[in-house]
Design a binder for this molecule. Structure first.
Ligand SMILES: CC(C)(COP(=O)(O)OP(=O)(O)OC[C@H]1O[C@@H](n2cnc3c(N)ncnc32)[C@H](O)[C@@H]1OP(=O)(O)O)[C@@H](O)C(=O)NCCC(=O)NCCS
Length: 253
């Protein structure tokens, strides 16, 4: 399987558009016993539905990826294994073990970023979604988690603009942590971002812990719905910038 240009798809879905009994029942049949057991441990239907939709979205996104290479893998056929920090990877089918992917879910939205199978040069992917309505993320909290550079940049603005800026830093930092896949063993203040604008991408301006690796880290920010922000981190073996498409997963409906 040889790939020309590196490409990443971000598939997203609002769980409420899937959440009727017939659709959920169909998606549940894609999940394995472990996922179903986790789904059934949620006390609230809303949380259970989000879990089912998110994991069906992940399985469906991997199936879409295989289909783009004319391979038919049923969503229920994917098998996963986790690293020591809980980050999932494909275990089966064998030819797809090198697909980089990551899942994020939050109130009102699930999103999966997935690379192509084959030699795309994409080693690491991390994605994070958060609602714009997220409460409690203020400068005081940022001072506990963010780098000095990020705190200074956020402190220079106020009001709604500052709240959005903090959320943008948060999702970027989460997406980076998730791409690396070692949880909070990478301290959140050990790396710092400068945010992008309409025409520029976010930039990692300091990276104390992972500076010795040859991975090239690249970042994107999106607003997939009017109510959510999303950040994507991709680690590549070369300096090429992958193409990224963000699309609603209407194939779940
Ligand atoms: C998984 C983790 C890395 C992110 O969790 P989160 O933001 O709450 O949740 P998300 O919805 O974005 O991602 C969850 C999914 O990521 C994947 N995941 C699990 N462990 C992971 C890891 N170590 N690395 C990457 N992805 C992971 C799983 O698919 C998981 O889905 P599941 O729980 O339904 O199986 C979390 O364990 C964590 O440590 N977060 C950091 C918390 C923090 O203090 N952040 C401050 C940010 S500035």
């Amino acid at each position: 399987m040889e790939i020309d240009a590196a490409h990443i798809d971000i598939w997203y879905i609002e769980p409420e558009v899937v959440a009727n009994a017939e659709r959920l029942g169909r998606l549940e049949r894609w999940l394995d016993d472990e996922e179903l057991a986790r789904a059934n441990r949620f006390r609230f239907k809303e949380h259970r539905d989000l879990y089912v939709v998110s994991h069906a979205l992940l399985r469906g996104a991997l199936t879409q990826c295989a289909q783009s290479q004319t391979q038919q893998i049923n969503p229920a056929d994917w098998r996963f294994k986790n690293n020591a920090f809980g980050k999932p990877f494909v275990e089966q089918p064998d030819p797809y073990q090198n697909i980089a992917f990551n899942l994020s879910h939050t109130e009102g939205l699930a999103a999966v970023a997935v690379s192509q199978a084959g030699r795309s040069g994409i080693e690491y992917i991390g994605v994070d979604v958060e609602p714009l309505s997220r409460k409690g993320l203020d400068l005081a909290l940022a001072r506990q988690f963010f780098s000095t550079e990020e705190i200074a940049a956020a402190a220079a603005i106020t009001g709604a603009e500052q709240a959005i800026r903090l959320l943008e830093y948060w999702t970027l930092k989460e997406s980076f942590i998730k791409a690396v896949g070692q949880g909070l063993s990478i301290p959140l203040e050990s790396f710092a971002f400068r945010l992008g604008s309409d025409t520029t991408s976010p930039v990692l301006i300091r990276n104390d812990v992972l500076s010795a690796t040859s991975t090239n880290w690249q970042f994107w920010q999106f607003q997939p719905t009017t109510a959510h922000v999303t950040a994507l981190t991709v680690g590549t073996t070369g300096t090429h910038r992958p193409n990224v498409s963000i699309k609603r997963a209407d194939w779940l409906l």
